[in-house]
Design a protein around this ligand. Sequence first.
Ligand code: PGA
Length: 255
Amino acid sequence: MKPIIAANWKMHKTAAETTEFCRAIRKEESAFSGVETLVCPPFTALAAASAALKSSHIKLGAQNMDYESRGARTGEIAAFMLLEFGVEYVIIGHSERRHQMGEDDDLVRRKIETALGAGLKPILCVGETEAEREQGSTEQVIKKQLSGALEGTEAQHISSLVVAYEPVWAIGTGKAASPEDAENAAALIRGYLQDRFGSVSAAGTRIQYGGSVKAENIGSFVSLPPVQGALVGGASLEADSFSALLKAAGEAVAN
Ligand code: PGA
């Protein structure tokens, strides 16, 4: 199973900047063919990314979607609109949406259900805040987020799911989790999925680490047995730094 590395651009990049980035990174793609790579631009740049990545191995993801299939939902984006641009993955429950936009586990669950029903592969984000970590409740928080988000999910769909462990205190801070912390959390997630869906079904689910990942530290995460990829914010914004990160990940998994 190839590791999956996703660029989460958040609220950055115009359509023109997206085209430029995608053209630059495609030139390098043979150097990281051992890694499944995707970019998640803002909605307004999906068309540009889709055109610039045509016939490339680099895939397309979205950063969010609505839980309704269509309807009177001003300002929202539905799964079928993402599919029109060849979007394959969708980030759901990112901590910025949980904490800044008030998304709770139930909303995350509805989005996961809709995404899977539409044939999109969700990247479900979980992770504890600094205060929760200090209280020693990391495990409890992760389990609650998983059980809330996956209530009602059927085992047959679970191999389409990616789970990103992103400790909130590590996102955008330059202070990545230690490999030990990432390994423990990923093992906990893997164990939860196995108990809930059975080891055969859960074997297809990839678990990413996210939070201040860069070219210099990616190798220490993707070489951990329970980690199969990364969700990358800051270091994915420049084609040079992202392609250096992808090459480093490819080398780490090949060794
Ligand atoms: P970061 O963001 O790599 O800038 O820490 C990660 C994320 O939010 O997914």
